[in-house]
Ligand binder design. Sequence first.
Ligand code: GLN
Length: 484
Amino acid sequence: MHTKSIRELADGLRARTFSSVELTQHFLERIARFDGELNSFVSVTQEVALAAATRADERLAKGDGALLTGIPIAHKDIFCTEGVLTSCGSRMLENFIAPYSATVVEKMAADGAVMLGKTNMDEFAMGSSNETSHFGPVKNPWSTDCVPGGSSGGSAASVAARLAVAATGTDTGGSIRQPASFCGLTGLKPTYGRCSRWGMIAFASSLDQAGPMTRGAEDAAILLQSMAGFDARDSTSVHQPVGDYLAGLENGLKGLRIGLPTEYFDAGLDTDVARSIEQAINEYRRLGAEPVEISLPNTHLAVPSYYVIAPAECSSNLSRFDGVRFGHRCDDPKDLEDLYKRSRGEGFGPEVKRRILMGAYALSAGYYDAYYLKAQKLRHLISDDFRAAFERVDVIAGPTSPGVAFGIGERADDPISMYLSDIYTIAVNMAGLPGMSIPVAPVGGKPVGLQLIGNYFDEGRLLNVAHRLQQVTDWHLAMPAAFA
Ligand code: GLN
């Protein structure tokens, strides 16, 4: 059952080949069997899952329900889930039982999705390897001495090992696409504002966006259909009708102009990864698409400006975790200052502290214009590059990450090399565009991701372009042998 797509499972549920309770039990057993090794879940919500599965079976018996009804999925532990631990990968929230659910969680639950549990992640979504989690690193199912990518590493590993059919992730600078690439999954970061951020613990508010992590593009379309939409509770969610993401999946690609940015095929790109990307582009040629060379000349500004803007916004967002209003409180504080200092000192890990310090500095009087304002100007230049490119092409393609999954511990002491693993994904968040990663030919047994970038609200086209490739190739169907 765990190798099937959502549509195949939905058919099986309707044909009564199996029930949602049986399907859910199957995945819970897989989690019990394999997750000790992978550490992809922070909490497994067995009772909640079986109750939801029972309700789904009742709905299906009446002939009701959506494609997601009865399908076991996992949520990244950054999404508030009512009555369930929501830790955000941090000691700061290790006892936080959310009093309400995020909009995305509510919407999927309303469609009948069955939550199996909450997935491990980099602390407050800051990281590219899932090594900054308070709950320990997650292992990559393709090679358990390697990282799964981050920050949605638990979601990626759980879906890659088929401990869940699909999972949610969030992407501030690449955290859906990069782990999808390292774990051989399809991951989609929607246009900024497409999915509500309400109930999603904020890292960098102008960049954060929720999206699906799945085996294939059709599954991603099904999840996005459920997750997307305007939400009055999130003032940055966009009042724009949600498209029918399944309707256009089969559209032909004849004449599709695919932009290949020269800056994404530079010296920093691993040569074997480059070859896998070229092979995928050749498949697109066969499908009738026309590759066009383009330039995104301000690409080199994306990482430096991101590391001003994201820490600045995080230092402001994380000020609420003070041991009084939210979060861990130290024992026996001497006075108020001691309470703040020790609560925050004990609650946050080193990467989060580094970001708060950088951000507070960039926002401080005298430095605001020199850093934050300057970075916002660079952000405009980055967006303008994309705007110009989309006058000539329909989608942009390139690698998701410069290399494949690296070893656990290999970059943990080198923040800069860690930051550079998002060099091709960050600009997309800076511009607010939708981006996707889909598996292409592996290198040395490790997955490689092809990144597809679309114009604003063009998720339907991205899913179509991804799905067509997946109809003629089977890279997305490969499974790590140890978790069969
Ligand atoms: N790796 C990037 C960072 O650490 C992006 C994280 C994310 O997208 N949440 O900030």
